[in-house]
Design a protein around this ligand. Sequence first.
Ligand code: 5GP
Length: 141
Amino acid sequence: MNPYTIFAEIVAGRAPASKVYEDEDVVAFMDIRPMTPGHLLVIPKVAARELAELDPVVGGKLFQVGQMLAGALRDSEVQCDGVNFFLADGVMAGQEVFHVHLHVIPRTPGDGFGLRGRPTSPPRPDLDYLAASIRGALGRR
Ligand code: 5GP
């Protein structure tokens, strides 16, 4: 694996970042191209290209820190009436930087950010079929 990404450079202190939080496992900083003002990224210090490579304990820490930052955003001068978490795992999911990162995105009315479309529900047997397949995969882990 090639560990070089701009986020690894930020962790190493060789690239600039507007940090809001740092501990032994994670760093959080302002996204350089924010979806909304105050958009933050939380990243592990140990590089992992994708979720499959990330220590699940550190993955849990990303969420914990994201949760703390969501509270801080609401208490800060950032306009924040709600918060979305977003994580792109893989090219098809929209991942551009191959160092796992959790987006923490403050929301205000009419900000334009959001998931597109709200499909109708498939028949229950279709849901049950895929649920069984996923349970099977979990059992093989
Ligand atoms: P992805 O599409 O991989 O989920 O998101 C990558 C994010 O990283 C984007 O929102 C992009 O704006 C942000 N980003 C890319 N390069 C830099 C950088 O050098 N510094 C910071 N702070 N954010 C970056």
